[in-house]
Design a protein around this ligand. Sequence first.
Ligand code: C2E
Ligand code: MG
Ligand code: MG
Ligand code: MG
Length: 282
Amino acid sequence: GAKAEGRHGHRFFSIEQRRKVEHAQSLDTGLREGLRANEFLLHYQPQFHLGSGRATSVEALIRWQRPGHGLVSPGTFLRAAEDSGFIVQITEWVVRQACAQMRAWMQRGIAPDRVAINVSPTLFRRLDMHRLVTEAARTAGVPLSMLELELTEGVMMDRSAATLETLHALRRDGVSLALDDFGTGFSSLDYLRRFKVNRIKIDQSFVRNLPQNGEDASIVRTIIGLTHGLGLLVVAEGVETQEALDFLRAEGCDEVQGFHLGRPCGPDDCAQNFLVLRRAAG
Ligand code: C2E
Ligand code: MG
Ligand code: MG
Ligand code: MG
């Protein structure tokens, strides 16, 4: 929509723009009330080690059980939460909830090696992530080595000393770091040598059409080579078919995640999956 410039530089919003602003505001109000009313939950999606077939970790993915709207996906509300700053409270909740769930699985003897938590790039400038993660883990009684943070290129490109220090402190204390959605950003690769993550996750857009799409196949092969050349582990996300899985195995990909192997699900269904896998492996 066109934005008209007023006589004194005031901006007049079109009806459509005003509707967008109002929608964002009511969404933000809904989020705040939703957190108070305990409407958020985490689903977990397993990640598998290709060599052993073992489910090594789970990724925590937020959902909003919003009355009248059903189960709402993060794609529809994270943007608004970031714009309003409410993402801080959401992240605090996610980190504590993921730690509490790990503790519950540990007590039943069925915990995966790690739980991976997604972190928006802006978080590192908005709150002390090292403190949040270490305190949440200590409160729940979960070792820091059982936690992984999934970062996007936005975090890696942030050259502020504070962000780098936080990442180093997290690594030093045993938290794993993964670079999410790899290949979709606009940055150069120089952050890969400036900061060493544990894992690189190939974005699902490159994985979805494997192995038929020759260009995607070349890109994935190259990312696997690059990652291994740097001494890092590589994970493919968005594995939807047996053919894609076979391709990734043949190319030496370390870990896989996707609907073909397991959809995100609630903690109880997830635990059921761990048990089935343990039995199959043992
Ligand atoms: P992501 O971290 O890249 O997570 C992967 C997304 O792909 C998830 O969508 C997952 O359900 C979906 N997915 C997994 N396997 C497949 C597959 O085989 N095929 C297809 N088509 N999709 C697959 P979801 O849960 O809707 O999350 C979307 C994004 O929202 C995530 O992308 C992540 O960036 C963000 N997100 C989710 N939870 C959180 C959270 O707690 N905090 C923050 N800051 N971001 C979150
Ligand atoms: Mg992720
Ligand atoms: Mg991703
Ligand atoms: Mg994504």
